[in-house]
Design a protein around this ligand. Sequence first.
Ligand code: PMP
Length: 355
Amino acid sequence: MKHNFGAGPGILPHEVIKQASQGVIDFNGIGLSILEISHRSAEFESVLSEAIKLVKELLQVPEGYSVLFLQGGASQQFAMVPYNLLPENGKAAYLETGVWANKASKEAKYFGEVQTIGSSKESNFTYIPKDYEVPADAAYFHITSNNTIYGTQMQEFKPSPVPMVADMSSDIFSRKFNVADFSLIYAGAQKNMGPAGVTLVIIKDDILGKVNRKIPAMFNYQTQIEGGSMYNTPPVFAVYVSMLTLNWLKAKGGVEAIEKENNAKAAALYREIDRNSLFKGVSAIEDRSKMNVCFVMNNPEHEKPFLKLCDDKGIVGIKGHRSVGGFRASIYNALPITSVHVLIDAMQEFAEKNK
Ligand code: PMP
């Protein structure tokens, strides 16, 4: 068995993979594969509506919000957000907490003025800027709740005087938060929700209709809402596996229960990083991510042999992103705490051998 610490597409629950494989062969006993049925069939319509219902239930989405399953990844949302929300002579505020935040603001510049109101670029994004002020005349304020590459995470969401938009690709469904604090939330599925190919968007209906530009149908939230995420053929299989994963989460006790597990996993791993003299955390302690744990070794020559030891123990996907180096252990919802203990044991074994 492998211990999958990959950053994304990330680990999915084993039972979900088994159910999904069954659905590929024979979906719900109908004698057809999920891969070969119409998206307009009653069978798929019930998958999509169940997925939407689960999102609403698990995140306690209030009235007045639409839940969409779109394509194009979080990267398409980088453009769709300003396309739909940033008026031509308006401006949007962005918090620069990493490459993804940066890519998001770059897209917004095609549509209007962008004001970067805080940045940790000078320290290679090892912390979340906190002394920023959101301008009251901005059309919206964009944040990245968890920075997958750098292992930083916003621990709280300060109230914003303007609509808040969040890229939650790498921590949605991992912890409780208040949807009502946001006007738009988006997340690529491939960390905590399902396989790559579908993107979750939760949008407050009343923020739409405030820009005058013409928006092509596929990029227009209004069209997607009116089409019920079926303006065109949706990614049927990715929606199906997301529904199964959300069902798995519900059966586990939902977001509140998984948050407790995630806290325990992160605490155990950071404890070892701080205790073990060979290892060192990368990000500011108060901003440490509970999804992506980034660390390096005090002696860079130890990194290759440690990686080899991990490989021998079936620990995969922990090599750090090229822009940070070292290691990144992604400990998403589906990763069991037993895998975290296998990694901790490997760290201790390596330290013992290299005293
Ligand atoms: N935002 C964040 C925080 C991410 O981690 C990623 C991908 N890892 C993206 C955006 C880009 O997502 P996609 O590949 O779905 O466009």
